[in-house]
Write a protein that binds this ligand. Structure first.
Ligand code: C2E
Ligand code: CA
Ligand code: CA
Ligand code: CA
Length: 280
């Protein structure tokens, strides 16, 4: 099923909602029985808007299911979280992605690796240890690792979040707030935290397009400007059309990610893609 180098262009399987309960039980059983070696990572490039250079990739989890083919995270992530499997899966993912980024760096392809961290993992003792182990074993420059946290992860227990982030920042690891605009945290709340990047959720990009009616996405522009005032970079997510790209440029976003620029893809495809972009 993972033919053609496992391009994400192949439709990812999503379970039928009528069978949701049975699907969840099946996923839980398989996870318990050690489906760990069936997980694969796809990488989606993030592109700088000033130079067009690739600044990094986001690691996105997929499950190469023996019968269903390649599964999107929507199909199994919440079950994995409930059964407590997401932490060991992410521990594996941190090792795999830092190893991959270090290997790319040795080849002269320096790409920052962004990894999604669940709220539960963020509040667990083990995260710091997992990150430290992955960095040590891979030899990756910590600055090349970026952890993506959601607003809820840091808003639940701000004091604890501050401590946890201070330790991670102490390693040199970067931190981004993911899906900004979907929660209720404000930039003022985030201001106290050592956050380097804001990833603006694609729902906001789509909303800006509706509101703009040909003009500037004023809301988007205001967010980006405030972020810049706080010394925070902004990445626009879900850039699907030339109009989205024009809009996020105009709003002053630093970087963008989305199907228009590149789809998530297997590691070997990232290399081909990056060299093609670099060499024109
Ligand atoms: P996310 O972190 O916001 O990741 C971006 C999602 O948007 C990815 O979906 C990506 O394939 C999709 N995407 C990228 N460009 C476009 C675009 O132009 N248009 C549209 N409509 N979608 C675009 P994916 O891979 O299905 O992942 C969904 C979510 O699952 C992620 O959202 C993230 O919250 C979660 N996830 C994925 N991998 C991991 C992981 O390793 N750990 C954790 N905790 N969560 C993960
Ligand atoms: Ca993310
Ligand atoms: Ca996101
Ligand atoms: Ca999202």
């Amino acid at each position: 099923a993972a033919k053609a180098a496992g391009r994400d262009r192949v439709r990812l399987f999503s379970p039928d909602l009528r069978d949701a309960a049975r699907w969840r039980m099946d996923v839980a059983t398989r996870l318990r029985d050690g489906a760990m070696d069936q997980f694969v990572v796809h990488y989606q490039p993030v592109v700088r808007l000033d130079t067009g250079a690739v600044e990094g990739v986001e690691a996105l989890l997929r499950w190469q299911h023996p019968e269903r083919g390649l599964l999107a995270p929507d199909a199994f992530l919440s079950v994995a979280e409930e059964t407590g499997q997401l932490i060991p899966i992410t521990r594996w993912l941190l090792r795999e992605t830092t190893r991959q980024a270090a290997e790319w760096a040795r080849q002269g392809l320096a790409l920052r690796m962004a990894v999604n961290i669940s709220a539960r993992h963020f509040s667990a003792e083990t995260l710091v240890r997992d990150v430290r182990t992955a960095l040590r074993d891979s030899g990756l420059d910590p600055e090349q690792l970026m952890l993506e946290l959601t607003e809820t992860s840091v808003a639940e227990d701000p004091t604890r979040a501050e401590d946890q982030l201070a330790v991670l920042r102490g390693f040199g690891v970067r931190v981004a707030i993911d899906d900004f605009g979907t929660g209720w945290s404000s930039l003022a709340q985030l201001m106290a935290l050592p956050i380097g990047t804001l990833k603006i959720d694609r729902s906001l990009i789509a909303a800006a397009e509706r509101l703009a009616s040909g003009g500037t996405g004023a809301v988007l522009g205001a967010i980006v400007e405030l972020a810049h005032t706080l010394g925070i970079r902004s990445v626009a997510e879900g850039v699907e059309t030339a109009e989205h790209l024009r809009m996020v440029r105009e709003a002053g976003c630093d970087s963008a990610q989305g199907y228009l620029l590149a789809r998530p893809m297997a590691a070997a495809d990232v290399e081909r893609w990056a060299y093609r972009v670099r060499d024109g």
